[in-house]
Design a binder for this molecule. Structure first.
Ligand code: SF4
Length: 171
């Protein structure tokens, strides 16, 4: 069996639409990816997941609690590279909309923040950990995701650099 890229896919505060895009992309890429990727942790694909070491962790969503923050720090610790997936992870929003609520709306949501121990201000990933790459978009842009994936496949020697993944060049 050839070398595979050890990846993890994680989601935090968000609508998980980039996760849906990722799964939908497998309609086209599954048979190619299954030879290249070791899905160590990907809850939407598997019920038994490993949380050991990742070459690349793909992280969707924003950080809105100490629980999120602790988990993200753990992921960072176990990952050689960490990629922010989608606008919520890259910029905070739309998940961070409440950061700019007017005061009367902030007062209205305060009981809910207390009830679930949520931050008043939602954080983007790079406010908590080092982010190596960003795949922006709401949901993520497929071509950009393929470019980033391709870059790491080459860097880790899983594939040669002379032929980009199908779709990575926008064809
Ligand atoms: S970036 Fe958009 S699609 Fe992705 S989780 Fe946030 S709201 Fe949903």
């Amino acid at each position: 069996m050839g070398k595979k890229l050890r990846i993890g896919w994680f989601t935090f505060t968000c609508c998980e639409d980039s996760s849906i895009v990722f799964v939908e992309m497998m309609n086209k890429h599954y048979f190619e990816w299954k030879e290249l990727l070791d899905f160590r942790h990907c809850k939407m694909l598997k019920s038994k997941n490993s949380f050991d070491q990742f070459d690349v962790a793909f992280v969707e969503g924003a950080i809105s609690s100490d629980r999120d923050k602790a988990k993200l720090l753990e992921i960072r610790d176990k990952s050689r590279y960490l990629v922010a997936i989608g606008s919520c992870a890259c910029t905070g929003g739309p998940s961070a909309q409440r950061n700019t609520f007017p005061e009367h709306l902030k007062a209205k949501i305060e009981p809910f923040l207390k009830k679930w121990d949520l931050y008043r201000d939602v954080l983007r990933l790079d406010q908590v950990v080092t982010v190596d790459e960003k795949v922006d978009g709401c949901p993520m842009m497929e071509q950009r995701f393929l470019q980033v994936l391709d870059k790491y496949l080459v860097e880790f020697g899983v594939k040669k650099g002379d032929a980009a993944l199908p779709g990575a060049r926008g064809e």
